[in-house]
Design a binder for this molecule. Structure first.
Ligand SMILES: [Zn+2]
Length: 491
C-alpha cells in the first residue's frame, strides 16, 4: 500500500519536474512509474536467503538456494567454476551458450561474519523486521543487492516475454568477495569471459548520501563508482631473540620495538591527492551547490585550498579515504607462550587501500622507511587488481544515472571514486565498462552498519532498488550492444 502511494508521488514529482524544466514528459516517463511492478513474492525468499550464514568460504548453501529459486522462476541458471570450496551462480535471461553480449549485474554470495551477541537489535542471521527495517547481516551487502538485481531481471523478462533481444542480462553472484575475490570474481574474469560475453558490468558501489550539498542537505547524491581503491594486504614480521624473561626486561625486545614502529607508522600523515575522478566529483558537487560556495567546492582540488582540505579530512573519514592511501592494522599477534616469557616474534597485518595511481613498490618502501627498524620483513599477502577508470561519458553510464534519477527525481548522481575495493576491478581491468552502485539512500549510521552491527534494509528501499535496475535495463535497450573487450574465444 505504502509503495503504491510512493510510486504515485514519484509520478507526480517527475511530471512536475519535467514540465518545469520544459522537457518532454514522455521522455522522462519512458518507463512509467506504474510500469515496474515489484514481485512481492520474492520477499519470503529474501528473508530465507538472509538466514543462510554464508560467511566467506561457506557460500554453497546460499548459492544453491539462489540457483533453485531462479530455476523455479523459469530463469536460466549456471553454476560456474563450482568445486567443493567455490560456487558462483549465473542467472540469465537467455542461456549463456547463446553468447549474446551481456549486461552483468554483479554481486556476491558471501558475507562477513557477525557474532550472535547482544550488540545487535536482533540476531544477525534471523532476518527479523523491526521498525520497518529487516535487520540481518548481508541485508545490503550484498544479498539485498542480489535481490534487487533478481527482481529487476524478473520484471524485465515479463516485459519481453515474447521478444528475442540482441543482448542477455546476467545476474552474477560470486563467492569470496569479502576476502579478496581470488576464488570468485578473479577466476570468473580469467576463465569465463568467453561464456559471459560481458558488454558492461554493474557491481557494488556508492549509495545515496545526504548532506553533501550544503544548500540542499536533504538531497541525496548517488555516487556511481567508476574507479576504486586497490586492495593491498601486508604482513609485517619482526623476529629476534632477547633475554627472554619478564623479570629482567632487556632494552630492546620484539614487542617493544614493534609497538614503537607501529606508533611511528600511525603518525605518518597522508597528503590529499586528487585524480581526474575526484577532481570531477568536486566539480559536480560545486555545480549542484551553485553560487560562490559552489565555486569554492569545485576549486577544492586547487593547491591553495590544501590546508582546508586537510582539516576537513580529519573530520570526514569518507572524504579522507577518497583522497589518500590508508593502512589499518587489522591484527597483531605473538605465537602463544606463558605470560612471563618474552616472545621473540611479532606479526602485524596491515589492510592498505591505495589510490588507483599509487605505485605499490614505492608505497611499501615508504612503509618500511616508516618502520625505522631494519629487521622488519614486509610481505604481500594479497594485491588487488588495478584498473583504469571506466568512462562516465559513455551512454551505458547515462542509462544508469538516468535510471536512478527516474526513481529519485529529486536526487543527484555523479561519478566517484569508491573509497574501498570490490570485485569490480577484476572486470574493469579489461576495459569492460564497469560501474558500481548500491542504490539505497543511507545515513552515516546505515553506512556504518555494513560490516558492523544492525545491518538493515527497508522493503520499500529494496523495491526502489529493483525499480532502478529495471529502468536501467529498459534504458539500455535503446543502445546497440557492444563488446568493449574481446574475449579470447572470439578472437
Ligand atoms: Zn560487498
Amino acid at each position: 500500500m505504502r509503495e503504491t502511494i510512493l510510486h504515485r508521488l514519484n509520478l507526480v514529482y517527475s511530471l512536475a519536474l519535467a514540465l518545469f524544466l520544459g522537457l518532454n514528459p514522455a521522455w522522462v516517463l519512458r518507463v512509467s512509474a506504474q510500469e515496474f511492478l515489484p514481485d512481492t513474492s520474492l520477499e519470503p525468499a529474501f528473508r530465507t536467503y538472509l538466514k543462510i550464514r554464508s560467511v566467506s568460504g561457506n557460500e554453497k548453501p546460499a548459492g544453491h538456494f539462489l540457483q533453485s529459486l531462479a530455476a523455479s522462476r523459469g530463469l536460466n541458471t549456471n553454476c560456474l567454476l563450482c568445486t567443493d570450496s567455490t560456487i558462483n551462480i549465473a542467472i540469465s535471461l537467455y542461456p549463456l551458450e547463446e553468447k549474446k553480449p551481456s549486461i552483468i549485474l554483479l554481486s556476491h554470495l558471501d558475507v562477513v561474519d557477525a557474532p550472535d551477541t547482544a550488540d545487535w537489535r536482533s540476531p544477525p542471521f534471523e532476518a527479523i523486521q523491526s521498525d520497518s527495517d529487516i535487520v540481518a547481516r548481508g541485508a545490503v551487502d550484498a544479498k539485498g543487492l542480489t535481490f534487487m538485481h533478481l527482481g529487476a531481471l524478473l520484471a524485465f523478462r515479463e516485459k519481453h516475454k515474447n521478444d528475442s533481444l540482441p543482448f542477455n542480462v546476467v545476474v552474477l553472484a560470486v563467492c569470496d568477495e569479502e576476502t579478496g575475490g581470488e576464488k570468485g570474481a578473479k577466476l570468473i574474469a580469467e576463465r569465463k569471459l568467453d561464456l559471459l560475453q560481458p558488454w558492461m558490468v554493474i557491481g557494488e558501489g556508492g549509495s545515496g548520501i545526504t548532506g553533501l550539498i550544503p544548500s540542499r542537505p536533504s538531497t541525496p547524491v548517488f555516487g556511481i563508482s567508476v574507479s576504486e581503491k586497490v586492495n593491498l594486504w601486508l604482513r609485517l614480521d619482526l623476529k629476534f631473540s632477547s633475554f627472554g624473561h619478564g623479570a629482567a626486561p632487556p632494552d630492546s625486545y620484539v614487542n617493544k620495538d614493534m609497538l614503537k614502529a607501529l606508533h611511528k607508522l600511525s603518525q605518518i600523515e597522508g597528503r590529499p591527492e586528487f585524480n581526474s575522478i575526484t577532481r570531477r566529483m568536486f566539480k559536480e558537487l560545486g555545480r549542484m551547490e551553485g553560487g560562490l560556495k559552489g565555486w569554492f567546492i569545485s576549486h577544492l582540488p586547487s593547491r591553495i585550498f590544501r590546508p582546508f582540505v586537510k582539516r576537513r579530512m580529519r573530520r570526514e573519514p569518507v572524504l579522507s579515504s577518497m583522497l589518500q592511501n590508508t593502512a589499518v592494522m587489522t591484527n597483531i599477534f605473538n605465537p602463544p607462550g606463558p605470560p612471563n616469557k618474552i616472545s621473540n616474534k611479532a606479526t602485524v597485518f596491515l589492510d592498505c587501500r591505495l589510490l588507483p595511481e599509487t605505485r605499490i613498490r614505492r608505497f611499501i618502501r615508504e612503509i618500511r622507511y616508516g618502520l625505522i627498524e631494519p629487521r622488519f620483513k614486509v610481505s604481500i599477502i594479497n594485491e588487488g587488481p588495478r584498473a583504469e577508470a571506466s568512462n562516465p561519458e559513455l551512454a551505458e553510464y547515462k542509462c544508469l544515472s538516468n535510471a536512478i534519477l527516474g526513481v529519485y527525481p529529486q536526487a543527484e548522481a555523479a561519478p566517484f571514486l569508491f573509497p574501498a575495493s570490490s570485485d569490480n576491478n577484476y572486470f574493469r581491468q579489461f576495459g569492460i565498462p564497469t560501474y558500481g552502485i548500491t542504490p539505497v539512500v543511507m545515513s552515516r549510521t546505515d553506512l556504518e552498519s555494513i560490516h558492523g552491527t544492525d545491518e538493515r534494509i527497508k522493503l520499500p528501499d529494496l523495491r526502489r532498488g529493483e525499480d532502478i535496475f529495471y529502468r536501467f535495463l529498459r534504458n539500455a535497450e535503446s543502445l546497440t550492444p557492444k563488446l568493449y573487450f574481446t574475449p579470447v574465444g572470439n578472437r
